[in-house]
Design a protein around this ligand. Structure first.
Ligand SMILES: [Zn+2]
Ligand SMILES: [Zn+2]
Length: 95
């Protein structure tokens, strides 16, 4: 299965999900979380931060998201979490 970077105007495609996440975290600018102001890597890790450190309600309020946005992101997180080796990603990002 190919993984596409979902960040606007990127469209880079990777063979494994770990490479896609590392790409998002290293090739894209970091973003400030709109809820707490922490600077987090863009893409999957930004979504993971928003959805694990904050409630859905906080996310919706800060990002002006609707329930469809939330559903889509929850699905993406699930998909990545069941496919990705998070230890490998963490190790890659420490280099
Ligand atoms: Zn990208
Ligand atoms: Zn935050």
């Amino acid at each position: 299965m190919a993984w596409e970077c979902g960040i606007t105007n990127c469209g880079a495609v990777f063979e494994d999900v770990e490479s896609a996440v590392v790409h998002q975290a290293t090739e894209h600018e970091r973003r400030e979380c709109k809820v707490c102001g922490t600077v987090v890597p863009d893409g999957y890790l930004a979504i993971r931060h928003a959805f694990t450190d904050h409630s859905r309600a906080e996310y919706v309020r800060a990002y002006g998201a609707d329930s469809e946005d939330v559903r889509k992101r929850e699905k993406l997180l699930e998909e990545i979490e069941s496919n990705a080796d998070m230890d490998l990603i963490a190790a890659e990002l420490k280099r």
